[in-house]
Design a protein around this ligand. Sequence first.
Ligand SMILES: Cc1cc2nc3c(=O)[nH]c(=O)nc-3n(C[C@H](O)[C@H](O)[C@H](O)COP(=O)(O)OP(=O)(O)OC[C@H]3O[C@@H](n4cnc5c(N)ncnc54)[C@H](O)[C@@H]3O)c2cc1C
Length: 475
Amino acid sequence: MVVGDIATGTEVLVIGAGPGGYVAAIRAAQQGLDTTLVEKDAYGGTCLNYGCIPSKALITSANLAHEAGNAEEMGIHADPVVDMSQLRDWKDGVVDQLTGGVEKLCKANGVNLVEGTARFKDENAVRIAHGGEGQGSETIEFEHCIIATGSRVIQIPGFDFADEQVWSSRDALAADTVPDRLVVVGGGYIGMELSTTFAKLGSEVTVVEMLDDILPGYESDVARVVRKRAEELGIDMNFGEGASGWRDEDDGIIVTTETEDGEEAEYRADKVLVAVGRSPVTDTMELENAGIEADERGFFDVDDFRRTDVEHIYAVGDVVADTPMLAHVASKEGIVAAEHIAGEPVAFDSQAVPAAVFTDPEIGTVGMTEDEAEEMGFTTAVGQMPFRASGRALTTGHADGFVRIVADDDSGFILGAQIVGPEASELVAEVALAIEMGATLEDVASTIHTHPTLAEAVMEAAENALGQAIHTLNR
Ligand SMILES: Cc1cc2nc3c(=O)[nH]c(=O)nc-3n(C[C@H](O)[C@H](O)[C@H](O)COP(=O)(O)OP(=O)(O)OC[C@H]3O[C@@H](n4cnc5c(N)ncnc54)[C@H](O)[C@@H]3O)c2cc1C
């Protein structure tokens, strides 16, 4: 559509159609507000197109191939062949189905969809530049705006994503061949999910991490379970080294690293994946025209309703300081912002934000760790159930890891959980609900859980905290 410089008006303008923006737009429209959603690239944002969904599709395929080829103990002998281009078509099909669904849902809820890049003209209007030469622009005036422009990968000196040997997570997810040798810079959750995946698809993987362990932010005994499994998969891990550059060699590339003391090391590879984090996309919107400021790292400080300093302009998702960059956080913030605009009594309560890492095994965490609870002044009751004592875990062939529940010793209220093991990403939902409902250890321990299931381990961890566990020794 070619649009001249005409001005239209809307009650709620949402910028960015990722899980923060499209959810906010749908909820605002459901509240009867005239809502317009602007997107410059693809419906579903990073999550559906270049993040959560394609990565989980790739992880599932890699797990399937690896399991099938490593089940001799169960009497299954197979040598699966992975056709990466077919795998990519399947993964792209899943993405298309979901992004098409987002567009349809927006339309069905009456959200006006506009394709283009938004920049602020003033505190009540944006200019939308439509993509491509001669596509024109339009001005949209708004009463309220929700900024949901998400984040982009951080590039480090010496590694340019324009070079085909240097991969971002997005490039890795779009690959249609498996590199023989892959160096992964960064042992955070995206680096570790992709290291494990490519190792299972057949790459020789080397991880280079500046800190002294993988998965910063997770407790050391949780990270240890994942590190041990990564080592079993043949992933070579190198800590205390920062990647300093790379150069072409006859048969591939050499990635160079340096320690704090100036010691250098070199790793041979075919590709280098740089996964050192993401930064908010707030520098392209001419914020100064609307009188909004981001902090020095580009994030917005927001209040409990997700309002920025300019009260009718909200921010949700990866652009928000102080909440983790996660799709479900973005969506929740989007709902809070939309409902607040509609006059509903809502606020963002981040007591129990679950997080999952889809490594092998998976990690699921929610609420407080034991240390955090004690720092907050609680006397804690902690219960743990190892998966090796779970009948269901043993029948799946995956019994590494544990469920740990942290509670307030006086009241029994559940404060948090750390789960590392099979299906941890699913299991953590039970504890998130328990925290949200104000459940106690006794509530979880006395709830009958289906047998044989992995969820019994959550019940058993609660029993363990009460000194009543049957299948593991009480503390
Ligand atoms: C490899 C990878 C794996 C991940 N896995 C998980 C996971 O398993 N679980 C999880 O919870 N999270 C995961 N994440 C993080 C998750 O993708 C993000 O937290 C989430 O997408 C943030 O949502 P958002 O709506 O804030 O932003 P985004 O999803 O980034 O969407 C922002 C949208 O805004 C658009 N936009 C930007 N500027 C403008 C503008 N000026 N005008 C118009 N449109 C604009 C962009 O094109 C984009 O579509 C993963 C991320 C990556 C990279």
